[in-house]
Ligand binder design. Structure first.
Ligand code: GBH
Length: 448
């Protein structure tokens, strides 16, 4: 038996995102988002599921916040739906949309739960997509104005902001791989979108500073780790490209004002390069207060000529997979964290998402026995502790997710929650992992 222990002031939390939990898609003046459109496009989302109702958190938030208080989390990470605040993305502000988030935050503060607010978790107003979306630089200005509306409205109430959740997903997954909204498959488009997201991030950080906001602002890239199959240089280089596409391409410009040379060269050879305007790189590298890290998976990979975008292939090592088919690879989280620390120094890090898809349902005894999720969380948290022991300043951990929710292209078929949701009745059932996590949050340590 061993004990895994965390620092006294470690921030324990749980996370969700607006489109995945709120529902109430036409209520109180909410505009349409690209995910409303995408989920209504046949063949894009599993079984045609959409976010119209989701977990109905828009109505059930008082009960859900009460449950968070029972869980004992110190912080709740949620996102604001831009189409609720500015329904067409650029026009009038919708006071009713702001009121919803004020009510939510008031409820959190009542229980002493610190809100961490993500400004953009993928639900772009459809009206802006109709004008070119993130490929159009005007969207940058609209985003900065939206951020300003939020900053001013929540000054002194929310002290913790993340600009963008997983810009890799909003750019490459959405515009090159085509699996997420708006669903294009064009590399140059994806590189433009990635660049404009980064400029918009920098613009929001500058706005936060110029308004004299108190508190902290950061960004949340998604990471994975590809470990070279062999010590051959070609395998090492291929893995460096594949992991770097997610981490280096976004974190390096934010931290240093430069895109990684190896990937710039690689993309150029594929006919794509960022369109950088004067002042962009300075803006992108505006000083941030923390880096959010989302981590789920990774694997072993190697060079394969002509394979995919990077002459790279993953190698099936026969490892366990979660129910969504992603490798169970806890050591990858340690590798990501130590890599960030080695490359970019002592920037405070929060694990803003980590968790697993296991689709266990409610048993006859009325409980959800998700032992596998407990094992996943235990082993990943142990890697976080290793990183802390190695001097990486990891300050907190948010489990994805507080509750089962709309899992994007997988609809409601994939469950990541600590709390089970019955989508017919909206009944919430805390899973066995919830009870385990509750104890960890309370004690700051657990046994393995
Ligand atoms: C996050 O994205 C999102 O922020 C969140 O909204 C979402 O619900 C949650 O994670 C769970 O998906 O096929 O093995 O190559 C996660 C980003 C990008 C991670 C694709 C896994 C593919 C792994 N994901 N990646 S694999």
């Amino acid at each position: 038996m061993a004990i895994v222990q965390f620092p006294k002031d470690f921030v324990w939390g749980a996370a969700t995102a607006s489109f995945q939990v709120e529902g109430a898609y036409q209520e109180d003046g909410r505009g349409m988002s690209i995910w409303d459109t995408f989920s209504r496009t046949p063949g894009k989302v599993y079984q045609g599921d959409n976010g119209d109702v989701a977990c109905d958190m828009y109505h059930l938030y008082p009960q859900d916040v009460k449950q968070m208080a029972d869980l004992g989390i110190k912080s709740y990470r949620f996102s604001i739906a831009w189409p609720r605040i500015i329904p067409d993305g650029s026009g009038e502000v919708n006071e009713k949309g702001l009121a919803f988030y004020h009510n939510l935050v008031d409820e959190l503060l009542k229980y002493g739960i610190e809100p961490m607010c993500t400004l953009y978790h993928w639900d772009l107003p459809q009206a802006l997509q109709d004008q070119g979306g993130w490929d159009n630089r005007a969207t940058i200005d609209h985003f900065v104005r939206y951020a300003e509306v939020i900053f001013e409205s929540f000054r002194g109430k929310i002290n913790w902001f993340a600009t963008f959740n997983e810009p890799w997903c909003s750019s490459f997954l959405s515009n090159y791989i085509g699996a997420h909204a708006p669903g294009y498959t064009d590399l140059q488009l994806a590189v433009n979108v990635a660049h404009n997201l980064l400029v918009a991030h920098g613009g929001a950080v500058q706005k936060f500073r110029s308004l004299g906001m108190e508190g902290q602002i950061g960004i949340v890239p998604n990471t994975e780790w590809q470990e070279p199959y062999s010590s051959k240089q070609e395998d090492i280089d291929a893995c460096f490209r594949a992991s770097g596409w997610l981490n280096d391409w976004f974190i390096r410009p934010v931290m240093t004002g430069k895109y990684p040379e190896h990937l710039l060269t690689w993309f150029k050879s594929k006919g794509a390069q960022p369109r950088i305007e004067a002042g962009d790189m300075e803006l992108i590298s505006s000083k941030i207060d923390f880096l959010g890290v989302n981590y789920y998976t990774g694997g072993i990979g190697r060079y394969k000529e002509g394979e995919g975008l990077f002459d790279f292939e993953t190698v099936d090592m026969g490892w366990q997979k979660t129910d969504i088919g992603w490798n169970y690879y806890p050591q990858g989280l340690y590798n990501v964290l130590t890599w960030i620390h080695k490359e970019f120094g002592d920037i405070p890090i929060y694990i803003t998402e980590n968790g697993a898809c296991y689709n266990d349902g409610v048993s006859e005894d009325g409980k959800v026995h998700d032992e596998r999720r407990i094992t996943y969380l235990k082993s990943h948290l142990a890697q976080v502790e290793r990183a802390i022991a190695s001097g990486v300043p990891v300050k907190g951990y948010y489990c994805w997710s507080l509750m089962d929710n709309f899992e994007w292209a997988y609809g409601y078929s994939m469950r990541f929650g600590l709390i089970h949701v019955d989508y017919d009745t909206q009944k919430r059932t805390p899973k066995d992992s919830y009870k385990w996590y509750k104890k960890v949050v309370q004690l700051g340590w657990y046994e393995v």
